[in-house]
Design a protein around this ligand. Structure first.
Ligand code: PAF
Length: 286
């Protein structure tokens, strides 16, 4: 819930000052890492962090190393003033908003590689993406040493990757995963949605309909992965050309391997292109 009275909120831009502020912060500390252009999905993470912790930090950093395409990086939406205003209203204590040079100083050359998890699904379409995500999230954890960090299920593979890195590298951070927040037609909230034209925006909810179809089949007892994938593709094809469908997946939540027969916890996901905008979404089968 947004707090009625605006809190005093410190905005910090350097690692040293941020580390110092975190050492002095009242524990437990909750961190919400973001790339800004905040929406209700981010704010649900902030509110949960506020409910769970005595100090809440939000980082705002458009991380260049997770973008393969320079144009995509340049056109990524940014609204620092609007973001800070929202965070103030939601009772955030500290905002970390470093420059690119602060995070990646000259000579930076150490990377976090999470192995095969990074090469599937989004990783196939965006080589190097998860190396960039894993590296920046590790750096954020090291600078701030939070007790908990909050991520949205919307980026399902990212959540799996970050849980693995937190465990493998003994980060001592509890990774809290919050449900996807959706528009009234089911479209998952995303900073990229503002880049859709009105017609694309209308059509974009097709990705959620396709995922719901897979979920319905699975709820009815269907366990054949191909049957689920084909049912989703049929729905997507009504709105999109074949080359606008990047992938439709039914994968294990542990290995992210495609499932022939669905067993255990699985995630149905899809990625589509609408003009220059790429949309992803998922539903966990559990
Ligand atoms: O989900 C995001 O916004 C980013 O991938 C993250 C986790 C902030 C790392 O840059």
């Amino acid at each position: 819930m947004a707090q009625a009275v605006p809190q005093s909120m410190r905005v910090i831009t350097t690692n040293n000052e941020m580390s110092q502020a975190c050492r002095e912060a009242v524990k437990p500390v909750g961190l919400v890492p973001t790339m800004g252009a905040l929406h209700a999905g981010h704010l649900s993470l902030v509110d949960q962090a506020r409910a769970d912790n005595l100090t809440v930090i939000v980082s705002i950093f458009v991380n260049p190393t997770q973008f393969g395409d320079q144009k995509d990086l340049e056109k990524y939406p940014r609204d620092m003033e609007g973001d800070l205003e929202m965070l103030r209203r939601h009772g955030v204590d500290l905002v970390y908003a470093p420059t690119v040079d602060e995070v990646y100083p000259k000579g930076f050359n150490t990377w976090v590689d999470v192995g095969p998890l990074a090469d599937k699904l989004e990783g196939l379409q965006r080589p190097g993406h998860f190396r960039g995500v894993a590296t920046v999230v590790s750096k954020l954890f090291n600078v701030m040493r939070p007790d908990r960090a909050y991520f949205g299920q919307k980026d399902g593979q990212q959540v799996v990757v970050i849980q693995k890195l937190a465990m493998d590298l003994d980060m001592g951070v509890e990774v809290v995963v919050m449900p996807t927040i959706r528009e009234s037609d089911g479209l998952a909230m995303s900073s990229r949605n503002v880049q859709l034209s009105p017609n694309q925006r209308l059509a974009a909810s097709v990705i959620h309909r396709a995922l719901c179809q897979m979920y319905l089949l699975w709820s009815g007892g269907e366990r054949n992965g191909d049957v689920l994938r084909e049912s989703a593709r049929n729905i997507l094809r009504a709105e999109l050309a074949v080359d606008e469908i990047d992938y439709v997946s039914v994968a294990s939540m542990v290995t992210l391997d495609e499932q022939t027969t669905i067993e255990g916890r699985a995630m149905v996901s899809a990625a589509i292109r609408m003009g220059s905008v790429r949309l992803i979404d998922n539903i966990v089968l559990e």
